[in-house]
Design a binder for this molecule. Structure first.
Ligand SMILES: Nc1nc2c(ncn2[C@@H]2O[C@H](COP(=O)(O)OP(=O)(O)OP(=O)(O)O)[C@@H](O)[C@H]2O)c(=O)[nH]1
Ligand SMILES: [Mg+2]
Length: 318
């Protein structure tokens, strides 16, 4: 139990440290908004609206939050500004969809669903390859046999980068030459995974095709070809978004989810940005769950997204 506690407090510290900039910016503004005010009134809520929008939470989600707070103020008659942080935490957490899965469950694969294939997609530079490295590590630590496939054949460096991660995690990688057909690499990877009785397969894809139609066609082709080997693959299509781009990440989520069957989201680079609020907007506005968050470039810098912890870390007043 002690070890478990230590592990959890380390994780919490990583989350708090990662979100520090977002929190500082938010808290500073919140404090200024309530200076000289003892009660949450229309004027405070009006300022809060501007603050939440500026924190990249997005207009629609911000309006929902303000409405919840208005209801709360009307219900409780008197809400002191000292309680604002706490109430904000409660209302934002209540807004977000989905339940958090325990780490143990999140990284264990159902016997009947092996190999579990995760195809990782997203525009260039968002953190796909890094997220694959971190995920491979988590799945391996949970006792799974993991294989990665270098289906981003667009540039040699992309294959090499994934190779570095595969070596670091100590798992097999399937690749072909630069410029090879990505669908063919994915096919080889699944064939090899089945032969090795692998539990989890992670497929890296390119983000930089000439245009969106080409990219979407290529992703469909990779899927179709994988299904020749594993009929229900890919069980997960993970869209990676760069959280530090704020509303741009939101736009990418919109475009990708409209064009492909995405069923999980990862939001990276939340460390060192003040735009962490974007996770709340994305989590609220899309039916697809935010599953993972990236809090750094290192192998241990990936966490499952837990809404209560996240909201607490962002809004907790010191
Ligand atoms: N600070 C920080 N950096 C990250 C995180 N995730 C990825 N990066 C960095 O972002 C840069 C791009 O990451 P990649 O994993 O190469 O992104 P990609 O989507 O595979 O990029 P392409 O293959 O070029 O499309 C690298 O320098 C990573 O180290 C994160 O959570 N935090
Ligand atoms: Mg990459």
């Amino acid at each position: 139990m002690a070890l478990f506690g230590l592990f959890n407090s380390k994780k919490k510290k990583k989350l708090d440290d990662g979100l520090a900039k977002s929190k500082e910016s938010l808290m500073g503004k919140l404090q200024r908004a309530v200076v000289g005010k003892s009660k949450v009134d229309d004027e405070v809520l009006d300022k809060l609206e501007g603050i939440l929008i500026a924190a990249d939470i997005g207009v629609n989600t911000t309006l929902k939050i303000i409405r919840l707070l208005e209801e709360r103020v009307a219900r409780d008659k008197y809400v002191g500004t000292a309680e604002l942080n706490k109430i904000l935490q409660e209302e934002v957490a209540s807004l977000l969809m989905g339940n958090s899965v325990p780490d143990g469950e999140a990284f264990s694969i159902d016997e009947t669903d092996k190999p579990f294939v995760i195809m990782v997609v997203g525009v260039n530079g968002v953190g796909k390859t890094t997220t694959i490295g971190k995920l491979a590590h988590r799945f391996k630590e949970a006792g799974n046999k993991v294989v990665v496939g270098a289906a981003d054949t667009f540039r040699a460096a992309a294959i090499e980068q994934l190779e570095v991660w595969a070596e670091r995690v100590d798992i097999p990688l399937v690749k072909q030459k630069m410029g090879a057909d990505p669908a063919s690499v994915a096919f080889d990877t699944l064939t090899s995974a089945v032969a090795q009785k692998a539990d989890v397969v992670l497929i890296d894809t390119a983000g930089r095709l000439h245009n969106k139609i080409n990219l979407m066609n290529e992703l469909s082709k990779i899927k179709r070809v994988m299904q020749k080997v594993v009929p229900n693959a890919p069980q997960e299509v993970l869209l990676v978004l760069d959280g530090s781009t704020g509303q741009n990440a939101f736009e990418q989520a919109k475009q990708f989810t409209a064009a492909t069957d995405i069923n999980a989201l990862a939001i990276t680079k939340l460390d060192g940005t003040a735009k962490g609020g974007v996770v709340i907007g994305i989590s609220d506005q899309f039916q697809i769950p935010v599953k993972y968050i990236g809090l750094g470039e290192g192998i241990d810098d990936l966490q499952l997204f837990r809404k209560e912890e996240f909201v607490e870390s962002l809004f907790r007043g010191e």
